[in-house]
Design a protein around this ligand. Structure first.
Ligand code: NAD
Length: 495
């Protein structure tokens, strides 16, 4: 579709703005709403229900009742699977609408939303649905006069609190395994990107997911998010977002009912380029895309580029050449590669880091400013700093924008030390043609994912998550299914 056609589609969208509780769309009990803004032009899209503790109460009650009467948890896995596959099929059928909602709500290019976000969300639901009736429990090897069962049961009421950078995908990474294992779910999307979550609710209803099993509460973190985190009848908080809020949610769990907590948090991921990389041109192209994709608003953005000094100058030139291809433009144009920052606050935060980088003495090679001001939207030019020292804030802190920091090194050992010199440990990469060096580096890198000669390789079969302050637990793969269950030991004495 052309840009004009996408714009026409956007104009025809009927945006859902109400919360979804117990199978019905409802306004917040207080009647309050918040503004949902299109970051491409700063214009109001719609006003959305601003849920708070009262709405959380209703949703928890509905989710608990749906769990207790076993309308979902008690359904045979093969039937849950059928309903979830229908849900996934509906996501595929509505791919264009879902992609469009992501683009107008958070500013990502429509091409990316069509190629990645919408299909990945459907694929995630389908993968978890397909897996659930292949999941066996265990019989323990004990005495003859007993039968000892180790079974997995759903945890109960799961609250999923998600961010705005991949609203649909992050939601489905939680929903897929939590629903497949028989839990009731309350999804709290980010206040910056609530629209696709509300569409998910409509499609889940259409697919036949029973009322109360899946609820969506749009609203702010400090109101409805906090109410869920502190609730005595929520059994699990599964979260993706900043490390700061992740730590706070752990405290809430401790202060309330010791609910299960899974935190997927921030990152400051290193990308190590050794001079013997098999294809330095590819490495340079990927170094640019790994920081500029999704406007750098990616938890695994390769924001620290570590380059061996004997090739550094030529390599940085190549990265710059590829960076010129990342031009900011209206995200609803299918030709756009770099869209808008999610909102004015995020743009301000990134611009602030750019100022800090300049003041700290890093060398600004590219960008460093707001662009397309006349659009009314929030755009930042791709930005590259060289000569970044490990004690600089732009080296240490997550910027969450299109800002690359480059640092040189001489030996692999030095590169590993630089890479691990971070409170985060989400992802890392090493580029080398030497298998032994690749394996030694991947073992030494303290990160949940290590890429060798690529960035962003992955699949639903592979766990995703972080070491250190990047979080605990894992999304995706069989490990994610396991985490939404409790283990039960049943000892049956035989007479
Ligand atoms: P954020 O932590 O500000 O917000 C995330 C969610 O938490 C939102 O829904 C927000 O409303 C909610 N929240 C905020 N305060 C809360 C509170 N007191 N109680 C309950 N809920 C609260 O993060 P963000 O700005 O939306 O997202 C960006 C962050 O997410 C980055 O740090 C990024 O690295 C991280 N992220 C991590 C992964 C991963 O898989 N590790 C993936 C994507 C994004």
């Amino acid at each position: 579709m052309s840009m004009a056609e996408w714009e026409a589609r956007a104009g025809e969208l009927e945006l859902e703005w109400r919360a979804f509780i117990d199978g019905r769309f409802v306004a917040a009990q207080s009647g309050a709403t918040f503004d949902c803004i299109n970051p491409a032009n700063g214009q109001l899209l719609t006003k959305v229900a601003a849920c708070d503790a009262a709405d959380a109460e209703l949703a928890v009650e509905a989710a608990r009742w749906a769990f207790t009467d076993r309308r979902w948890a008690g359904m045979a896995p093969k039937y849950r699977k059928q309903l979830l596959l229908r849900f996934a099929a509906l996501l595929r059928e509505h791919q264009e609408e879902l992609a469009l909602l992501e683009t107008i709500d958070m500013g990502k290019p429509i091409g990316d939303a069509m190629n990645y976000d919408a299909p990945a969300a459907a694929n995630c639901i389908a993968w978890n649905a397909e897996a659930i009736d292949k999941f066996y429990d265990q019989v323990a090897p004990v005495e003859e006069d007993a039968l000892a069962l180790v079974t997995r049961e759903p945890i109960g009421v799961v609250a999923a609190i998600v961010p705005w950078n991949f609203p649909l995908v992050m939601a489905c990474w939680k929903l897929g395994p939590a629903l497949a294992t028989g839990n009731s779910v309350i999804l709290k999307p980010s206040e910056k990107s609530p629209l696709s979550a509300l569409k998910l609710a409509a499609l889940a209803k259409q697919a036949g997911i029973p009322d109360g099993v899946f609820n969506v509460l749009p609203g702010f973190g400090h109101t409805v998010g906090e109410a869920l985190a502190m609730h005595m009848d929520v059994d699990c908080i599964t979260f993706t977002g900043s490390t700061r809020v992740g730590k706070h949610l752990l405290e809430c769990a401790g202060k309330s009912n010791l609910k299960r907590t899974f935190m997927e948090c921030g990152g400051k991921s290193p990308n190590i380029i050794l001079s013997d990389a098999p294809d330095l041109d590819l490495a340079a192209r990927v170094a640019a895309s790994a920081i500029f994709y999704n406007q750098g608003e990616v938890c695994t953005a390769a924001s620290r580029l570590l380059v061996q000094n004997n090739i550094k100058s030529a390599f940085v030139d190549r990265v710059l050449e590829y960076a010129y291809d990342w031009v900011c433009d209206n995200p609803i144009d299918p030709a756009t590669r770099l869209g808008a920052m999610v909102d004015a606050a995020q743009m301000k935060q990134v611009l602030n880091y750019i100022e800090i980088g300049k003041q700290e003495g890093a060398t600004l090679l590219l960008g460093g400013e707001q662009v397309l001001r006349e659009s009314g939207g929030y755009y930042i030019a791709p930005t590259i700093f060289d000569d970044v020292h490990p004690n600089m804030r732009i080296y240490r802190e997550e910027i969450f924008g299109p800002v690359l920091s480059i640092t040189g090194f001489d030996t692999l050992e030095e590169a590993i030390n630089l890479a691990n010199d971070s409170c985060y440990g989400l992802a890392a990469a090493v580029w080398t043609a030497d298998l032994t060096r690749a394996v030694k580096a991947s073992r030494a890198l303290r990160a949940g994912t290590v890429f060798v000669n690529n960035w962003d390789g992955g699949d639903m079969t592979m766990p995703f998550g972080g070491y250190k302050q990047s979080g605990n637990g894992r999304d995706k793969s069989i490990h994610a299914l396991e985490k939404y269950t409790e283990l039960k030991s049943t000892w049956i004495q035989l007479t």
